[in-house]
Ligand binder design. Structure first.
Ligand SMILES: [Zn+2]
Length: 345
C-alpha cells in the first residue's frame, strides 16, 4: 500500500466504541456555532491538552512520549497555524469549543483522531494529529480527499471537476485541512448533541431520532446496535471488512456473512449514494457518516464540490462506472438539507 494511501486508510479506520444511551434534550447547534468567537485568534487553539485530555490521548499512542511536549517545533506550529487560520468559519467555531488541537508522532491505526475527554470548561475533547504520516507534506487539495476515500474500496477513481469547483479550489487548502475538518465533525456531533459520550468517554449512539435516523436503523429491537437502513447487510459488512473495521459493536451478534460476490461489490458504487452515504467511510459507522457529511458540507459551501463534478470509478474486477458528486445525489439530499440547515449554510 502506498504510504499516502496507508495514512489515509489508517485515518479512516477509526475505532469508536458505542453503546445505547438516551439522547440529551434537544440539539445545540445554535449555541455551538453562534456563540462568541473566543479566542478570536483561533491559532491559540493549538495548545497542550489539559491533564485529562492528555491522559485520554495517551490511550491512542504506544507510549506517552509519542505525544509532543510544548513547545512544538516552530515549523510544525507555523504549518498547522496556517491550516487552522484557513479553516471555514463554522469549523473554527467548532474548534474553539474543543480543548484544542495537538500532535503525536505516531497514532497506530490513524492519521488523526478526535479524542473525547473532559477538557477546559465545556470542551468535549481534542483533535490529535499524527505528524509522522506527514499530512502537512501532502499538498493535494482538501477537495481531493473524498475521491481518495472512495479509493479505499480498492479501486481507482478520478474526478473530472466542473469549472465552478476548479475555480473554488484554494491551493493552500491541503489534505491536512480535510483531516481536521473530519475530526471537527466528530467534535460537533458531540457538542450539538447528535451523539453522546458513554461513561468511559466513548461515543454512544443516541435514540435514533435525529441525524442517525436518516441512514441508520436499529438492527434488532431486542438489542442495541445500528445498521444502514438502505444497504444490504452483507454489503455493509463487506465495506467494514474492506476498511478493516469491526461491525460487532454496532450490530451485536452479527455473523460473518457469505462472501460478497464481485457482481455485488460492483454495484456498491451506485448503492452507497442511494443509501445516503457520501463515501465508503461514511457507511462504516454513524459517527463516520456524520464526520464525513460535515466535511462535505464545508467543501460544498466553499464551492469545491459541485453537482456537475463527474467521478469515474473502477473497482477491482468491475467495469468502470461513472457517478456525479455523491454529496448532491438524490439519496443524500434529505441529509444534506439537514446538515446545511443546522450549520446555517
Ligand atoms: Zn472519523
Amino acid at each position: 500500500m502506498k504510504r499516502r494511501t496507508r495514512w489515509l486508510f489508517a485515518f479512516l479506520a477509526t475505532q469508536l466504541l458505542g453503546c445505547a444511551a438516551r439522547h440529551p434534550d434537544g440539539l445545540r447547534y445554535a449555541q455551538v456555532l453562534q456563540g462568541p468567537e473566543e479566542p478570536r485568534d483561533v491559532t491559540r487553539m493549538i495548545r497542550e491538552p489539559s491533564l485529562d485530555c492528555l491522559r485520554q490521548a495517551e490511550q491512542h499512542v504506544e507510549q506517552p512520549s509519542d505525544i509532543y511536549a510544548a513547545p512544538l517545533p516552530p515549523a510544525l506550529r507555523h504549518g498547522y497555524a496556517d491550516v487552522v487560520r484557513n479553516l471555514h468559519p463554522s469549523a473554527k467555531q467548532v474548534l474553539r469549543r474543543t480543548d484544542g488541537i495537538w500532535f503525536a508522532r505516531n497514532i497506530p491505526g490513524a492519521a488523526a483522531r478526535f479524542v473525547p475527554c473532559r477538557g477546559r470548561g465545556k470542551a468535549v475533547g481534542i483533535v490529535l494529529v499524527d505528524t509522522s504520516q506527514k499530512p502537512l507534506a501532502d499538498t493535494s487539495p482538501d477537495a481531493d480527499m473524498p475521491m481518495r476515500f472512495w479509493q479505499l474500496l480498492g479501486g481507482d477513481i478520478t474526478v473530472e471537476r466542473s469549472a465552478a469547483s476548479t475555480d473554488a479550489i484554494e491551493p493552500n487548502h491541503n489534505a491536512a485541512r480535510y483531516v481536521i475538518l473530519h475530526e471537527l465533525g466528530h467534535a460537533l456531533s458531540l457538542l450539538a448533541g447528535e451523539f453522546t459520550l458513554g461513561p468511559e468517554q466513548q461515543f454512544a449512539l443516541g435514540s435514533g431520532e435525529t441525524f442517525l435516523a436518516f441512514s441508520w436503523q436499529q438492527r434488532d429491537l431486542r438489542e442495541p446496535g445500528f445498521v444502514p437502513s438502505g444497504l444490504a447487510f452483507p454489503e455493509w459488512i463487506f465495506i467494514r471488512q474492506t476498511l478493516d473495521s469491526d461491525a460487532t459493536w454496532l450490530a451485536p451478534g452479527y455473523q460473518r456473512p457469505r462472501k460478497l460476490d464481485t457482481a455485488n461489490a460492483c454495484t456498491l458504487v451506485d448503492k452507497l449514494p442511494l443509501a445516503g452515504f457520501v463515501t465508503p467511510t461514511a457507511a462504516s459507522a454513524p459517527t463516520e457518516d456524520y464526520a464525513e457529511l460535515f466535511a462535505h458540507a464545508i467543501l460544498a459551501d466553499e464551492g469545491k464540490i459541485h453537482p456537475k463534478d463527474k467521478y469515474s470509478v473502477t473497482l477491482q474486477g468491475c467495469p468502470t462506472q461513472f457517478m456525479l458528486a455523491p454529496y448532491f445525489s438524490e439519496g443524500v439530499s434529505a441529509k444534506r438539507e439537514y446538515i446545511e440547515g443546522q450549520l446555517g449554510l
